[in-house]
Design a protein. Structure first.
Ligand SMILES: Nc1ncnc2c1ncn2[C@@H]1O[C@H](COP(=O)(O)OP(=O)(O)O)[C@@H](O)[C@H]1O
Ligand SMILES: [Mg+2]
Length: 232
């Protein structure tokens, strides 16, 4: 299945604000983040699996990681974006893949990854939706199957990006961060307090996560939209 796109360098499809135009300021910013992270990777050794999290909901994690995945693909890195937020699977919703088989089905039902992965229009970019919502997501993320899946995917992709739930609210992000080569902590200048950042940092340190760095986002989330976050 191909997800429709508005134009070549546009990421998301249904006309919402998660869209980045080529030559836009956003494109410049993401290219610069891409370069910085590649530089950090070179220093840190091989960093293929990258978890993205932040303290709270609605801080821009899914927005950031989607744009980052797109930039990475534009740099011709074979990129896989995985939705790992069982509480608010934003990217699966955006791509209208919420009801499709995905991560949970690969882990629980043992369907093949190849059956669930969705190639996007840029041949360097693929997406693994969240899949059927399980009663206990944490158990799936702690399973040997999850570790084995990441190991297998590292052979197939250059970069694997994991869109996590907020780390200060759910244990999941810590589990994923612990299994990832690196973690990016997103900080929202308008909603993440210093205390929040300290807490996120200490939660990541407790599991020995390799913090690659922080990304600052300054978009305040619209309160009306926030009310639609049922899962949190
Ligand atoms: N820098 C930004 N520019 C434009 N829109 C943004 C930006 N950051 C976040 N958003 C928008 O804010 C909303 C919340 O962001 P989202 O990525 O879903 O948050 P999270 O994944 O942290 O819960 C989304 O509608 C997203 O598109
Ligand atoms: Mg999100």
């Amino acid at each position: 299945m191909l997800i429709q796109r508005k134009e070549k360098n546009t990421i998301i499809t249904d006309g919402n604000e998660m869209t980045m135009q080529k030559n836009s300021v956003a494109y410049e910013k993401f290219s610069s983040i891409q370069t910085n992270i590649q530089f950090m990777e070179r220093k840190a050794g091989s960093v293929q699996t990258i978890a993205v999290t932040s303290a709270n909901k609605g801080e821009g994690k899914s927005f950031f990681i989607t744009n980052y995945a797109n930039t990475s693909a534009l740099y011709k890195q074979k990129t896989l974006l995985i939705d790992v937020d069982f509480y608010n699977p934003k990217i699966s919703k955006q791509y209208k893949t919420k009801l499709m088989p995905g991560l949970s089905n690969v882990l629980v039902d043992m369907i093949a990854f190849e059956e669930a992965v969705i190639p996007l229009e840029n041949k360097y970019l693929s997406f693994l939706p969240i899949g059927t919502l399980p009663p206990n997501p944490l158990e799936l993320l702690r399973s040997d199957e999850f570790k084995a899946l990441l190991t297998k995917l590292k052979e197939e992709f250059d970069v694997i990006l994991l869109d996590c739930p907020p780390i200060n609210l759910f244990t999941d992000a810590r589990v994923v961060a612990a299994e990832s080569d690196g973690t990016i902590l997103l900080i929202n200048s308008q909603t993440t307090s210093e205390e929040d950042v300290r807490k996120s940092k200490s939660l990541l340190d407790q599991v020995d996560a390799n913090i690659l760095g922080a990304v600052l986002n300054n978009k305040r989330y619209n309160q009306k939209q926030m009310a639609s976050y049922n899962y949190y």
